[in-house]
Design a protein around this ligand. Structure first.
Ligand code: ASP
Length: 339
């Protein structure tokens, strides 16, 4: 029987750390080391392993993920597993989902517990990811599922997955939708299919993104009684600061403190500014509340509406839209399709 060809692409992260002389965990392991730690892999798939980088995911760049997406587009294999750090997995997997169009499973996995600890989760997550990559339901639905994350035997859609805890073992979830599938024994049990129309629609318009240059997008979280000094600085010193877009982590269904409402409106006039839910995701309101700091007023003032994407994913999408050279109207349309 020929085994499916699965390509492992290792970027770094806790899953690939090793202790230095002081006991501190440093980036060290490559793709071959990760594969060697899980002998069972060879019984499931014809594994090919490549070390792409050895960096913590907190230091990955948009450019690196664009290059990774291009590599994945060119691979002649039956499935791809990317291993990386957990810190930005929710952003990198979503960016890959926006960029990669393949009809094979593309999976991102990582580890919370490093290899020097008792019960590290890296080997189990890698094994689960390869199992998922070889699963018939995954193969049959690969296009419809897009890029997925596999952590602790659960499969999550890239557009929805979040790191919901900084340190605990079970740090990943899709709070809005739940997992797409779960591994039980050696079977993948499908639970749901993701809503993909917005990602597909976005991808069609983002075709040229990988040819574009970095487009820095600021992420501003709005808290109780925010006085707006950062907003003022962004309005007054826009050119010196160099940001090309802004994502606001806004309150509730799309609200900002009244004392900054007019600053937010001014910012939205001079730079593409997306309102996204600081509550972590879920569609925003469009037409319920009145008053100067409500969703109705902010939408009228020209703020772009983030829909169901959490602020981190909205930032990834805005950066990618700007790289692709989309104008404000086109960016607004891309975001509107996300609900
Ligand atoms: N800082 C690490 C990283 O994201 C944490 C991890 O892998 O869990 O690379």
């Amino acid at each position: 029987m020929t085994l499916p060809r699965v390509q492992i692409l290792a970027l770094g992260g806790t899953i690939a750390t090793a202790p230095d002389a002081s006991g501190a965990m440093q980036m060290g392991l490559g793709a071959d080391d990760l594969v060697a730690a899980v002998p069972l892999l060879a019984t499931l798939a014809d594994i090919r392993a490549e070390t792409v980088s050895r960096v913590g995911s907190h230091s990955l760049s948009f450019d690196q993920i664009h290059a990774l997406a291009a590599k994945i587009m060119d691979l002649d294999v039956d499935g791809v597993v990317v291993t990386q750090g957990t810190d930005t997995l929710e952003e990198t997997s979503f960016l890959l989902d926006l960029l990669v169009e393949r009809d094979i499973p593309v999976i991102v996995t990582a580890a919370m517990r490093n290899p020097a600890l008792t019960s590290p989760d890296g080997p189990g997550n890698l094994l689960a990811a390869v199992r998922v990559a070889c699963d018939p339901w995954m193969k049959a639905h690969a296009k419809a599922l897009g890029v997925v994350a596999v952590m602790l035997d659960e499969v999550y859609a890239a557009a929805d997955v979040q790191k919901v805890h900084p340190t605990r073992f079970n740090a990943f979830a899709s709070p809005q939708t739940g997992p797409l599938a779960a591994l039980v024994e050696d079977r993948l049990v499908p639970l749901s299919l993701p809503v993909r129309a917005p990602v597909e629609a976005a991808r069609k318009r983002l075709g040229k993104a990988s040819e574009g240059r970095e487009q820095p997008v600021a992420l501003l979280w709005l808290g109780l009684d925010e006085p707006g000094y950062i907003l003022e600085a962004m309005i007054d010193h826009r050119d010196q600061l160099g940001y090309r877009g802004v994502v606001l982590g806004a309150m509730g269904g799309g609200h900002v403190p009244e004392r900054v409402a007019s600053l937010v409106g001014q910012l939205g006039e001079i730079i593409p500014t997306v309102v996204a839910p600081r509550a972590g995701g879920g569609p925003l309101l469009r037409q319920t509340y009145g008053g100067p700091s409500s969703e109705i007023a902010l939408r009228k003032a020209g703020l772009l509406w983030g829909g169901r994407l959490n602020p981190l994913k909205a930032r990834v999408l805005l950066e990618t839209c700007l790289r692709a050279g989309l104008d404000r109207a086109a960016i607004a349309e891309v975001f509107e399709t996300f609900g």
